[in-house]
Design a binder for this molecule. Sequence first.
Ligand code: ADP
Length: 162
Amino acid sequence: MRRAIYPGSFDPVTNGHLDIIERASGLFDELVVSVAVNIGKNPMFTLEERTEMLRHTCRHIPNVKVDNFETLTVRYAESVGAQAIIRGLRAVSDFEYEFEMALMNRRLNDNIEMVFLMTNAEYSYLRASIIKEIAGLGGSVKGLVPEIAEEYLKRKLNIGTK
Ligand code: ADP
């Protein structure tokens, strides 16, 4: 069984993430999308909220599981029996960080392969931080994030609930 993990902060999940998930799920027998606890990014959403949004977003893809983890990514991959770690690349700016992480991960376990999927051009400018900024300033993020994430953002920002 070929299994991969797709780790990230997913704060919140975007259509860019979903595109990577849909494509990666076609390459492996099982894809475990996993929310990283320890991200040092001061997330807007709790681990439970991020996990719940992903569960809802991925429920139409039968070979995708959603989980979360607190350890080193490579250790987590080993613990679920994955042979590969999926990452998405948007622009050259992602490359340097991903390259360093890939080399470090290989040092930790060279049996686990890093697999990079290139962003869909439509989503190349999408990152969770921009979504939060736009939503926070009252802009619409329709079509950029799954509907469930839109609802969570509105609730968190108290938009339309008063
Ligand atoms: P973000 O950078 O949006 O906060 P994460 O930290 O959750 O997202 O990223 C998880 C993985 O998904 C990373 O490999 C990141 O490069 C990738 N990713 C995020 N957004 C996109 C996108 N629009 N297209 C392709 N890959 C993406």
